[in-house]
Write a protein of this length. Structure first.
Length: 170
């Protein structure tokens, strides 16, 4: 019996992202590198400070016993996501990082390649204001072997994230 094949995403997040950036005339460049999803290691490969990376994590927030919300948290690469801040922001009773399968389904890409954009109505995009201090943001482009360098102003205009303090010191 052969191994089950991994499900192919219904939507190619990489192609969708590039089409979105092109449609908005965004200033970006593609960077090919060895496959890597860890922020500190891929930042070195791309040749920029870790603080210039957009670290993206999916957080699940329980609101009472029956309601669950999901947040795509985007913070500078040299910081960590402050889960308690996201819980307070959403008025939740409990919050944690989502399990990888749920994160990958909502983000439409595999762990380590999650974009700082959301294409799912069930995933709210929240970014830390410290990102706006960086002229360019770097992130894996829904692929482990390719990244995007995107002007921060273009990111903020296109993605329109909710800006809240959700980063803590690493």
């Amino acid at each position: 019996m052969s191994e089950p094949q991994a499900a192919v995403p219904a939507i190619d997040a990489y192609a969708r992202l590039v089409a979105l950036l092109d449609a908005h005339g965004a200033a970006y460049s593609l960077i090919d590198h060895a496959p890597e999803g860890r922020t500190d290691l891929v930042s070195a490969m791309r040749g920029h400070a870790v603080a210039d990376a957009a670290k993206c994590m999916v957080v699940m927030v329980k609101i009472g016993k029956k309601s669950t919300r999901f947040v795509l948290a985007v913070v500078p690469g040299d910081r960590k996501v402050d889960i308690a801040a996201i819980q307070r922001l959403k008025g939740g009773t409990f919050a944690r990082f989502t399990d990888p399968a749920v994160a990958e389904r909502l983000a439409q890409s595999v762990a380590g390649t999650i974009l700082p954009f959301t294409f799912d109505d069930d995933l709210e995009l929240v970014a830390d204001p410290a990102l706006a201090e960086r002229p360019t943001l770097y992130f894996n482009a829904a692929r482990l072997d390719r990244s995007i360098a995107l002007k921060t102003a273009d990111y903020l205009t296109i993605a329109k994230p909710r800006m809240e303090r959700i980063a803590a010191a690493a």
